[in-house]
Design a protein around this ligand. Structure first.
Ligand SMILES: Nc1ncnc2c1ncn2[C@@H]1O[C@H](COP(=O)(O)OP(=O)(O)OP(=O)(O)O)[C@@H](O)[C@H]1O
Ligand SMILES: [Mg+2]
Length: 398
């Protein structure tokens, strides 16, 4: 095998030297036993997936120099805690008889779906409209961090189920720019690109499958923009408070936390009008519940999954406190919940996990099933009964 001209890979990953470098990516499926066929969105560039023992990687062939640039951008965005695909490396490769190329290596985002799959898979209908919120949320996060995307589209986003919602991840950072902060002009530019691209994405999908009645191609982009504007103004809103109203600081932080945002800093500046202060909050990420759950019991989950589990832990804490007739601290309740509720449930879900299911997602599905059954029965049916029913019914369905 001929090695490439240069290969840069992050530690903790394979060295990728066993791949058929020198050959165009389009020829890899025939040349390389590690090549795998996986769902993907439409793209101008050739993308191939390659499987190693511990992970699958995506390889994208670009013109010389472009992979290095995209890699650097993704690295910076990862440092900013943004939901982007994980950059793993870049390669400078030769091509016989034509210009040399660069290849970007990212880690395949497990359990992710390109938007086309959400529309073509009958089991995923209920996620289609949630995609609008996921998209708006992703752009708000990028803009808060000073990232101008430059090519916002459904094709450049990957979606991942997160409890009953969807999480959105940026997959294509080729056109992105990172600034200290974004001007309104830059944000608007991104939103205009979004409207145009989303229209194209949906017209494209409408050729092969029926869109949900509420999803009219011409109205979908503007609807994402409206959701974006609502969330943006809520997060960046400044509040004027009196010097003696410090509870309002807590109230504001809690409201942002409830939206999933972690608050890094609170800035208070005198308004010059009596003792009134202008409060500005700086949000650092939208993983508030993920961090909290992880800090409490070391479980890794997506944001919405973590929020559901934390609600369940709160409920569990209230029940145990009632039974013991004294208040139980959150860390203690969380540990007991983990050993008494989470672990037994996960043990019972084991067959599904072995088939490739995600523990937090499955657990949240059982929780949802419990609420549904409890609503039908007009009483709390408890987790065990919900699990019995879930394992019997849901698992037998395709
Ligand atoms: N790390 C990854 N995990 C999962 N899927 C990926 C990953 N990287 C790329 N893909 C898939 O490959 C598709 C194409 O990737 P990408 O959008 O980066 O290519 P592109 O050619 O630059 O696109 P464009 O035509 O918008 O310029 C994505 O839509 C996605 O489905
Ligand atoms: Mg793309």
């Amino acid at each position: 095998m001929t090695p490439p001209l240069a290969l840069h890979a992050r530690s903790g990953h394979p060295d990728f030297l066993d791949l058929p470098w020198g050959a165009p990516l389009s020829a890899w499926p025939e040349l390389c036993a590690r090549s795998v066929e996986l769902q993907r969105g439409l793209s101008r560039h050739e993308v191939q997936f390659v499987s190693y023992e511990n992970a699958v990687y995506a390889f994208k062939e670009l013109v010389e120099g472009a992979a290095e640039r995209e890699y650097d951008l993704l690295m910076q965005m990862e440092d900013l805690g943004l939901p982007v695909v994980t950059p793993v490396g870049h390669v400078h490769d030769r091509r016989e008889g034509s210009e040399n190329v660069s290849v970007l290596i990212t880690r395949y985002l497990d359990a992710s779906h390109p938007y086309r799959v959400l529309f073509q898979n009958p089991g995923l209908e209920r996620y289609r409209e949630r995609l609008l919120d996921a998209m708006a949320g992703l752009i708000v996060r990028l803009h808060l961090a000073g990232v101008y995307w430059g090519d916002v589209s459904l094709s450049n986003t990957l979606f991942r189920r997160d409890a009953g919602q969807l999480g959105a991840y940026m997959v294509d950072a080729e056109t992105s720019e990172i600034h200290e902060t974004l001007s309104d002009g830059q944000r608007n530019q991104d939103l205009m690109i979004l409207e145009e691209n989303v229209l194209g994405d949906l017209l494209d999908i409408a050729i092969v499958t029926d869109l949900p009645p509420a999803m009219i191609p011409e109205e979908t982009g503007p609807s994402i923009v409206r959701r974006y504007e609502g969330l943006w103004s809520e997060v960046t809103r400044e509040v004027v408070i009196g010097a003696s109203e410090s509870w309002r600081i807590q109230e504001r932080i809690r409201a942002l936390n409830a939206l999933g945002f972690s608050v890094g800093e609170v800035e208070l500046v005198a308004t010059g009008e009596g003792d009134r202060l202008r409060m500005r909050t700086v949000v650092t990420d939208r993983d508030y519940h993920r961090h909290l759950l992880h800090d409490l019991i070391g479980l890794v989950a997506e944001e919405r999954q973590a929020e559901l589990m934390l609600n369940e832990i709160q409920e569990y804490k209230a029940r145990v406190s009632r039974e013991l007739n004294r208040s139980v601290a959150m860390p203690i309740a969380a540990f007991r919940w983990k050993s008494e509720m989470w672990e037994p449930a996960i043990a019972r879900l084991n067959p599904r996990l072995e088939a490739g299911g995600d523990p937090a997602q499955l657990y949240c599905e059982v929780l949802e099933h419990k609420w549904y059954m409890s609503e039908q029965a007009q009483e709390d049916v408890g987790l065990d009964r919900a699990l019995d029913d879930y394992l019997q019914k849901i698992i037998e369905e395709p």
